[in-house]
Design a protein around this ligand. Structure first.
Ligand code: SF4
Length: 459
């Protein structure tokens, strides 16, 4: 087992025994579960909506090369600049070079998982550039020096008392402030940052090919301020966020809102298709869109795993997952946690190092059931397991155990030998590792043949 897998197991064991942690997550997921059915009421046929969304993403990904070029053509025609980044380092180098050109020392940033993926804040800090998170949840996490806990609700594991304490410790605010007072403190602190920052950085929920624009969805208005005040706007986005047409947003905006938070539509939805145009009164003078690959094309090339790129990062699969609900977001040790994280991380960062995540699932299928773009998440977890076995990433002990199991299971005479007690003992010894984490396998006293005979005699 790799060191990373050992750490994952150790962290998971600690978190799953932490009842306070579980109470906080269940409380917040409970609120989400209450809200989602309300949001869903806006769809007459929920299944049809999901199917349409999946089809649109399928079509966008099947012609991704063409859509990306179309996006670039329209966006650059309005004065925007497109940068193609193969990997994290290329993206970081490009951002640094823009910062140097603009003599930038201060950045405001709205919530973006891709910036977490490339470790942007850490990199900027190393180069003496202050990058301030402006989304309230991310602001809390940055104050606490912690990565986001959840792809939609970064501070889901903290209750209002935790946040009040954090503000008291880090900002010197009075103790026991209410959520409203805490929000006002954050708002007050952030206002000046927008004005001071030379550059605003955002992600994008969607890249819209036919108009050459990006779409950003948020509830706080902080992304709008981050793009309107600073003279330069940098967008960093994974290439899979493509949708073919602006009209597709009529489906994707309500879908993302409902499955992300239970809203009918998120409070602020912006389409930005370039820097400020002549005659316009606001917006940045320069706008860059960095299109990040970072191994997404490897997933695209994999006919089975490709559909994981349909993900719109709503977080619904995390909220539905019994594993996530017990171990929480940080135990995974990855940018993307929960079922979708366990599917894509081994393919983005290496199967050998991250295959253990695909085993951290009961395969109950709850993730697949809730996914608004119908990604077969639990099947893809199985496919990752299968790939790791095919590529020989199993131990000799594991291979021998399964070989013995197979030979015995296919041989009726062997299966009929020995009583249940003996078989349980043999299997427990064979699957020693399994038994460390699971209830021991227990065979029935009688063999199948014996039970069958008993049944026939009863007739
Ligand atoms: S895989 Fe589906 S449910 Fe999970 S975050 Fe992505 S879109 Fe949402």
């Amino acid at each position: 087992m790799t060191e990373r897998a050992e750490i994952f197991k150790a962290k998971s064991a600690i978190k799953s025994a932490d009842l306070e942690h579980r109470h906080k997550i269940n409380f917040n997921i409970g609120k989400y579960n209450d809200a989602v059915p309300q949001g869903k009421k806006q769809f007459e046929d929920n299944n049809l909506v999901k199917e349409r969304a999946k089809n649109i993403k399928w079509s966008a990904l099947e012609k991704l090369d063409q859509h990306l070029e179309e996006f670039e053509m329209h966006f650059t025609a309005r004065g925007g600049k497109v940068i193609w980044a193969d990997n994290s380092q290329e993206a970081l180098d490009e951002i640094l070079s823009i910062c140097k050109e603009k003599k930038c020392t201060s950045i405001v940033k709205s919530k973006s998982m891709v910036t977490e993926e490339i470790q942007l804040n850490h990199f900027l800090k190393e180069h003496g550039i202050q990058s301030v998170e402006t989304d309230l949840g991310e602001y809390i996490q940055q104050l606490d020096d912690e990565p986001p806990y959840h792809i939609v609700t970064p501070a889901m594991h903290k209750n209002k008392e935790d946040v009040a304490k954090l503000f008291e410790n880090k900002l010197g605010t009075p103790s026991k402030l209410s959520p409203r007072e805490l929000t006002l403190v954050a708002r007050e602190n952030l206002r000046d940052k927008y004005v001071e920052a030379e550059i605003g950085i955002t992600g994008a929920n969607f890249v819209v090919s036919d108009i050459g624009g990006i779409a950003v969805t948020e509830n706080e208005g902080n992304a709008r301020l981050s793009t309107a005040w600073p003279k330069t706007h940098i967008v960093i986005v994974g290439i899979e966020k493509m949708i073919p047409s602006v009209t597709d947003l009529a489906l994707f905006w309500p879908l993302l809102a409902t499955y992300g938070t239970g809203q009918k539509v998120t409070v602020y939805n912006s389409i930005i298709s370039g820097p400020r145009q002549p005659g316009e009164t606001d917006g940045p003078e320069d706008m860059y869109v960095i299109l990040l690959d970072n191994n997404r094309t490897n997933i695209l090339a994999n006919a089975i795993q490709r559909e994981s790129l349909y993900c719109i990062r709503c977080g619904a699969c995390l909220n539905a997952c019994p594993v996530y609900k017990n171990i929480g977001g940080h135990a995974y040790g990855t940018t993307y946690s929960g079922p979708i994280g366990s599917v894509i991380t081994p393919n983005l960062k290496g199967l050998e190092e991250y295959k253990h995540l695909s085993y951290a699932s009961s395969l109950c299928g709850a993730c697949t059931e809730v996914c608004p773009v119908k990604i077969n998440l639990h099947q893809l977890l199985l496919a990752n397991r299968n790939a790791s076995v095919e590529e020989g990433m199993t131990t000799l002990a594991e291979r021998l155990a399964w070989k013995t199991w197979k030979v015995a299971s296919l041989n009726r005479r062997m299966m009929n030998k020995g009583n249940g007690k003996l078989k349980s003992k043999v299997v427990t010894t064979l699957f020693k590792e399994w038994n460390k984490q699971h209830t021991p396998l227990s065979f029935s006293k009688k063999t199948f043949n014996e039970m069958w005979k008993d049944k026939q005699n009863l007739k």
